[in-house]
Design a protein around this ligand. Structure first.
Ligand code: 2HA
Ligand code: ZN
Length: 269
């Protein structure tokens, strides 16, 4: 019985917790943001095979590395603050077909997935293909980080990564691979998905110009923490600028010492 699956319920509880944080942080106005989490590992074989509760929906591209996988996905038009209070009224479990060409909703209510589903699934498909331990795609609209993407100077992975890292030591430790930048694309399109996937090769976090942030990872709470830390750095930078000075930032030596002290992965543009 899916209802009583303790491992799944723990995953779902973490999604509800994070959805609440996104709302409290002011990163989820209206229906902004969306979350998808692969939960295949949490389900027993009979639970994975339950009958569908929706018609089949063709996917724009075949997800050849996600055949038979099950995802919790927030619903289209749904508000994060309500995902937090009622996950099953505002999202559903979908199952990718055995040939990766379509999905069906299998639980609990027929809530249609986010408009960003094609983009989320192509990212999951890519990360599976390259063998990255990543089950979560989290997209949200943090005010401070989006503000930075309105300045062409910060629409450069090296520039923005270095500035955000240099505001507090934790930032480089928590986001060692830096952030990727995707120039503006229409939300929900495969063009946005394809540009994002290119950035995921070297980064776990991607900034969408004048739109939002996307984090990938093994755990939804960790994805939130990554964005929260980047947002903290942006706030320090913008607070200093508002106070009328340019923050000095940590030196390159101070930043490089963290790589040695914490055995961090190297940044690649
Ligand atoms: O769900 O944030 O990018 C609304 C969005 C689309
Ligand atoms: Zn968005």
């Amino acid at each position: 019985m899916i209802e009583e699956n303790i491992i799944l319920n723990k995953e779902i509880a973490k999604i509800a917790e994070v959805a609440g944080y996104l709302w409290q942080r002011g990163w989820a106005e209206y229906n902004g943001g969306n979350i998808s989490v692969c939960v295949t590992h949490a389900l027993r074989d009979d639970e994975k095979k339950v009958p569908a509760i929706s018609p089949r929906v063709e996917l724009p591209v075949v997800m050849s590395h996600l055949c038979g996988d099950v995802f919790y996905v927030t619903g289209t038009g749904k508000r994060m603050r309500y995902v937090s209070s009622d996950v099953w009224d505002n999202g559903s479990l979908i199952r990718i077909s055995d040939d990766g060409s379509y999905y069906e909703i299998i639980y609990k209510n027929p809530v249609r997935p986010t408009s960003e589903l094609p983009s989320h699934l192509s990212m999951h498909d890519y990360m599976r293909e390259i063998g990255r331990d990543s089950r979560v795609v989290l997209h949200t609209h943090p005010t401070d980080l989006i503000a930075l993407t309105h300045d062409t100077h910060w629409l450069d992975s090296e520039n923005i990564t270095h500035m955000l890292w240099s505001m507090i030591p934790e930032c480089r430790i928590i986001v060692p691979r830096g952030v990727g930048i995707v120039p503006y694309e229409i939300p929900g399109t495969m063009d946005l998905a394809r540009s994002t996937i290119k950035q995921l090769k070297n980064h776990d976090v991607v900034f969408w110009e004048k739109h939002g942030i996307l984090a990938t990872g093994a755990d939804v709470v960790d994805c939130f923490d990554v964005i929260d830390t980047l947002s903290k750095s942006a706030q320090i930078y913008l607070t200093a600028r508002t106070a009328g000075f340019i923050p000095e930032g940590m030196s390159d030596k101070q930043l490089d010492d963290l790589v040695v002290a914490f055995h961090l992965e190297k940044y690649q543009k």
